[in-house]
Every structure is written in C-alpha cells, then in structure tokens.
Design a protein around this ligand. Structure first.
Ligand code: ADP
Ligand code: MG
Length: 713
C-alpha cells in the first residue's frame, strides 16, 4: 500500500467484515502472522479414488455423474443423490439441504465429492459430503489442502486465501548468517512453503508429529527469537545502576538475627547470602526466591530489607492481597519495630489522613519499610530512597502489573537520590560508576511458592537469578492427603468433630461464594451453615472475597487467636496465612482448582508439630486432567514435583502469570522434546547479538511482534 500524500484527507476506514474481525482475534494482523499460522492437518484433494476402492471410514475424494437426485419423504426428509463412476454407485445423503443443493446435484451433473465412505443398507454411501461441480478435465490439487486453526465466523476458504496471500507477501528473507542453522534444515521460506502446501507424496505422519525438518526449522526459529529477547533483556539490565547495599556491623541485620525466636535453616542462610551478594553490587538485582509453602521465605525477605535499611535505603514489600500484606505487616512489625524501625502500611483500604501520613512517611524517607498491596505502585506513592522492592507471591501478579511495577520503580527514581545523600548513610565508599546524574533502579526480589521447572528457568527466565529454599524448618510433620467423593461428606464432618474436640483447628475451602446458575457449586455460605449446625458448641467462621477488609481481618484474627475452631473460606486464604495450630484442611470441589493452587492451599496446614491431614472432596465425574491433578496431590507433598506434574498437565503457558497476558509462550517448540534445538538456539543467541545485532532485532520482531515486551517482565 502506498502512503497517502501529505495533507490528503484520511481515507475513511471501511467497516470490518466478520472474518476480518475473527482474524484479528486470532492475532493474524501482519503478513508474517499469517505466514506463521500453520495448518492443523491436511486434506488430500490431489487424487480421485474409484468408488469401488474406497475403504470404510477413510476420507476420500470420488468423482462421477449424478444419475438420480430425489427428496425422500419416508421417515426423515432427506436429499438422496446417486453418483456413478462406472463401477459401484455411491449414495450421497443430505439431511440438511437447500434448493441450491438439488440444482448443483441435478441428474447429469459431474461432481467431485469428499467425505468418509460407509457401507449402508443401500451399499456405499457418504453423509453430508463436501462437493463441487467439475468438468472431465478439471485439474486436481497439486498440493495437500491445509486445514487451519480457525473460529466459527472464519470460513476455511477465506482463511486459506488470506494465509496464501500473507505467505506470498511476508518478508521471509534469511536473517541468519550462513552455517549457524543446525545441519540439513531448510530455509524459513522453504519450510513455510512446504508446510502450507505439502506435495502429495509428503509423509503425513512427520507433518503431524512435527518431526519433519520443516517443522524443526520453525521450532528452531521460534526458540532463537525467545532466547534473543531474553538475553537482550539481560544485557540491558546489566547497564542499569542500583545502590550497592551492605549490612553494617552492629546494624539491623545483626540485631534481627539475634532477636529471632528461631535459628535459620541452612537453606535460609544460603539464599540470604546469595541475595546479600547481589545487593552489594551496583546493578539492580533481578532475583526470584522460590521455596515451598511454609519454607520460611518471609524471614529471608526481612533480612534483605534489613540489609537495605542498614545502608540507609528504603524497602517496599508488595503482596497480592490485603490479608497476606497484613500477615507480613504483623510479622515484620513484631521483628523490626523493637529494633527501632519505622514501618508504613499501605493498602486500598487505608484512606484519608492515615493514608496521607503513610504517603508522607514514604516520600520523606522516615518510613524505612513500606508494606502493602498493589496500592504501593500507584502514581501518588513516592519514595525518598527506594533501594529494594520485594514482591511476594509474585506469580499472582499479572505480567502487565509486573511490567508496570518495574516502570514505576524506574521512573520513581529517574532523578536519582539527592546529591548530598548519594553516599549511603553507612559511610561506605560510593561506587565508582555512580555519579549524581546516573539514574538508579532499586533491586528487585520476587518470591514465589510455585517453583519454576528447570527447563523454564533455563529458557524463559534465563534473565532471572533464582535462589531456592529446599528445606523446611525443623519440627514439621508431613501432610497426609486423602481424596474422597463428595458422598463421604458426613464422615469428613465427623472427623472434623473429633479433631476440634482435641483442640485442633480446621480450614474448609470452597470454590465460589454465590450460587451460580451455570455451576451448581456448594457455596461457602451454605457450607458454613451446615458446619455451624453440625458443631453447635464451636465457633465456625466465614471468610470470602466480598467481605469488607475490616471484617476479613476480624475473622482472621479470631482464627489465628484460636477462638475460632473452624474457618470456612473461599480461596482468599490461599496465600501466606500462617496458623500453626490448624491441622486439618478440607477442600471441596477440589476438581475445580488448579494443581498449584491446591498445593498452595494445602500448605496452610502442616505448619505445627501435629500431623496434618488434607481432604480433597470431589464431585464426579472427573475429567482426565482432574484425575491427574488429584492423584498428584495424593502422591506427593513436594512443591517441585507438583510443579513438574503441573507442567506436564498444562504445558508451560501458565507459569509466572503468562496466562494473563494472553500470549502463549511457545506455539511450536516444546521445551522438553526440543531440547537439542533449544541448546543450539541458546548458543547462537549471544553470537547474533554481538555480531549481527540488526538481524537479531529483526528475528525477535518477526517472531514475537508485540509479545516481546511481555517476555521481559
Ligand atoms: P512461606 O515460605 O510460605 O512464606 P513463612 O515465611 O510464612 O513461609 O514461614 C512459615 C512459618 O515458619 C512461619 O511461622 C515462620 O515464622 C516459621 N519459620 C520460618 N523460618 C523458620 C526457622 N528457621 N525455624 C523455625 N520456624 C521458622
Ligand atoms: Mg509467604
């Protein structure tokens, strides 16, 4: 298309047709997107099978002359057409038909039909075949006919044309220098031409299982684009500056360690050391702290905050929910306030004067630690000297939110600290690279109980340093998980009665708060009523997402204080709640939860010395993935094993909040199956970035388009 002349009136844009809109929805915007929209399968229109030779149940194409065409009125009204090619006739049967069918299939017409043959009462027949009028010499297709992933409002014929046109127009020139592509793979253009229009003799099995060299080339290209964008992000980050933070002799770190009521596990000590080493560098840390639920991440976060405060900088801790933020707040206040530190608390429900006070304390630097929900990243919030940002349960934040946070933190600091304060309060030597005009970014520590499987850590998160707590604090007893059909509910309630009589506390988790017409789920309110009735002399509480924060907090306080024996809750308790005396958890409609969510929920029990039990109630029949999930829960308590199985069941798309971005991570390649290609792409990426930076950029744009930003989050 040519650019309109300057000053010319803008052309009126035509309203978009349905198929156009459907294509947009599928992300088919650019020519390259169309060229990379690959067939699901193929139909063979390259040959004609004589009717005699068509095997039952096999899709075939036949051709012949119509010798009879009539509407049959006995029984169900239908159009019956007899087609003959010299041998046995073929009966075409249409239950849905229009007058146009009768016209196209009138006696004497020559037609080509495609469908599955079956042996009916009247001989060979096809029900609702595809058909088209032909002449004796109408040519056959030269290539297999592609069938593309599509949607209801996007006909295959339309999509085929659009893809063919996109494939012709797309810029597919070779971006990679000679000799770097794994041996014997075709060029991208050859690969795409082949996959969109394979010749009749192509081996369908290698096309379907994606082992064909043309597929290998595509997967390699995709993996390369992903590696390039990761490694580029890593290089960009290495150019940024951050304050170098160190613990001081006799400072907050030492005093916190001395005041803790327990000693650190070896794993906690090791990861704290890894974090301290990063904080001491003048580049921003970008580290994930992963550890199973209950492994003790909070104290590691507190130590990182202490290092920051020791150096005269501020720390912010962001949690995904108010309840979780409040738990941190209480715990950290308990540890840090006795040491004389100022902690501010900022969530959506802190309003008015209290809010202003918190904002002032963050902005003038009097608060050394700020704890809150995503309220801490709002525009109004300014920090005097932000040195470290900690995100708890970071996978619960969407990719877009994480991006917003990083941008926010970067701009919040664009001006750098006031010059006269540029020297950290600890009186250390300023870093050589650090001048008053250098923009500073805070260090970033992300925490998650959902470990990233190794293959993903190596690839998508190659840009992320990972510390792992692989050991639980001493004195925990393993959780026993049992799976029951909902019919066992009365027995489960009996068990609750026993447990509560012995002083234990119980969580009961429900998936939804209000009866929905579509999903007839037992809701939390009903279950609450049921349990209150069954346990008349005990306190049964209710906690759900729609309650005002103050009410939620009151219920939580009662439960953690031990005045409440049973807590019926929706998934608001999913994260971070810490009540060691709770030793039984029941999850109803467990089949509705994802695997990592179930594991997180289960982690609320097993925090004390008492042996804990988790009961998963399901309402059948279960889907295969539902069965797989519940079996995984019953078989293992290990968060890493759970994550591995989750990856098997769901594929990689949903880790690290990628789901929310709507961007599928990998379309063609599979991190496990295509490990050799991945290795090759990993090795090639730095070479391209160094020696062919322009080709590297083009490769990323070609493959990732607008998704490239997301991969950096
Ligand atoms: P998570 O990793 O799930 O966030 P928490 O930080 O909430 O776990 O820790 C779970 C519980 O274990 C808390 O009650 C915490 O105080 C306790 N804890 C943490 N570290 C230790 C330790 N080294 N020894 C004993 N208890 C610990
Ligand atoms: Mg936690």
């Amino acid at each position: 298309m040519s650019e309109p002349a300057p000053g010319a009136p803008a052309p009126k844009s035509l309203p978009k047709s349905l198929p156009q809109k459907a294509m947009e929805k599928l992300g088919l915007l650019r020519d390259i997107d169309l060229a990379l929209h690959l067939p699901l399968r193929y139909e063979d229109e390259t040959r004609i099978t004589p009717i005699n030779e068509a095997h039952e149940g096999e899709p075939v194409q036949c051709e012949g002359e119509v010798t009879e065409c009539r509407v049959d009125l006995r029984g169900r009204r239908q159009l019956l057409v007899r087609l003959e090619d010299g041998g046995e006739p073929l009966l075409l049967r249409f239950i849905h038909f229009y007058p146009s069918h009768q016209k196209s299939l009138a006696v004497g017409k020559r037609v080509r039909v495609r469908g599955e043959v079956r042996h009916g009462f009247f001989g060979r027949e096809m029900v609702h075949p595809q058909f088209k009028a032909v002449h004796e010499d109408t040519p056959l297709a030269q290539a297999l006919t592609p069938v593309y992933p599509s949607s209801a409002s996007l006909p295959q014929a339309y999509l085929r044309k659009a893809v063919a046109a996109g494939l012709r127009r797309a810029d597919l020139h070779e971006l990679l220098p000679p000799g770097v592509v794994p041996a014997k793979l075709p060029t991208l253009r050859e690969a795409l031409n082949f996959l969109h229009h394979p010749p009749p003799q192509a081996q369908l099995s290698t096309l379907e299982d994606h082992s064909h060299p043309a597929w290998q080339r595509l997967k390699f290209e995709e993996l390369l684009a992903q590696q390039l964008s990761q490694q580029q992000a890593q290089r960009e980050r290495a150019l940024l500056h951050a304050p170098a933070l160190r613990a001081q002799a006799g400072g907050v770190v030492e005093r916190l360690l001395a005041a803790l009521p327990f000693s650190l596990t070896n794993a906690q000590r090791r990861v704290s050391e890894e974090i301290a080493q990063d904080l001491a560098l003048p580049q921003p840390m970008h580290r994930l702290l992963q550890g199973d639920v209950g492994s003790g991440k909070t104290v590691v976060a507190a130590l990182a905050a202490a290092v920051t405060i020791d150096s005269g900088w501020q720390c912010v801790l962001m949690a995904p929910t108010e309840i979780l933020a409040e738990q941190h707040f209480k715990k950290l206040i308990g540890w840090l306030e006795p040491l004389g530190l100022q902690i501010a608390w900022l969530t959506g429900s802190v309003k008015g004067r209290a809010r202003q006070k918190m904002l002032d304390a963050a902005a003038d630097g009097s608060a050394q630690l700020i704890i809150g929900t995503h309220a801490v990243i709002e525009d109004k919030v300014k920090f005097a000297k932000l040195g470290l940002a900690i995100i708890d349960e970071q996978h619960r934040f969407g990719v877009a939110q994480r991006l917003a946070l990083r941008k926010k933190l970067a701009t919040g600091f664009a001006a750098g600290p006031p010059q006269d304060e540029a020297r950290p309060l600890g009186g250390q030597e300023p870093q050589a690279t650090w001048g008053p005009s250098t923009p500073l970014e805070p260090h970033l520590l992300m925490m998650s109980a959902t470990p990233i499987p190794r293959t993903l850590a190596m690839t998508y998160f190659a840009d992320l340093a990972v510390s792992t707590i692989d050991e639980l604090p001493p004195g925990r007893s393993p959780i026993i998980t049992k799976v029951f059909a909902d019919g066992k509910r009365p027995n489960v309630i009996e068990k609750i009665r026993d447990e509560v009589a012995q002083g234990a506390q119980v969580y009961w988790v429900c998936p939804l708060i209000e009866e929905s017409e579509a999903l007839d789920l037992n809701n939390a309110t009903e279950t609450h009523a049921e349990l209150s009735l069954a346990l008349p002399d005990k306190t049964v509480g209710l906690l759900h997402g729609r309650m005002p924060p103050a009410e939620k907090a009151a219920v939580m306080a009662q439960f953690s204080g031990g005045e409440m024996q049973v807590l019926v809750a929706t998934t608001v308790i999913e994260v971070g709640v810490d009540v060691p005396n709770a030793s039984l958890m029941v999850i109803e409609h467990a089949e509705r939860f994802g695997l990592s969510q179930l594991h997180q929920l289960r982690g609320r029990v097993g925090r004390g010395a008492k042996a804990s039990v988790c009961v998963l109630l399901y309402t059948g029949p279960l889907s295969q993935t539902g069965k797989d999930r519940l079996r995984a829960m019953a078989e293992t308590n290990d968060g890493f094993e759970i994550a591995r199985r989750d990856l098997d069941i769901r594929g990689p798309g949903e880790f690290m909040g990628a789901r929310q971005s709507g961007a599928e991570l990998l379309r063609f390649a599979d991190l496990q199956d295509d490990a050799p290609l991945l290795q090759a792409a990993r090795r090639l990426a730095p070479l391209l970035l160094d020696q062919h930076p322009q080709a590297a950029t083009q490769q990323v744009t070609r493959w990732l388009g607008s998704k490239a930003e997301f991969l950096k989050a």
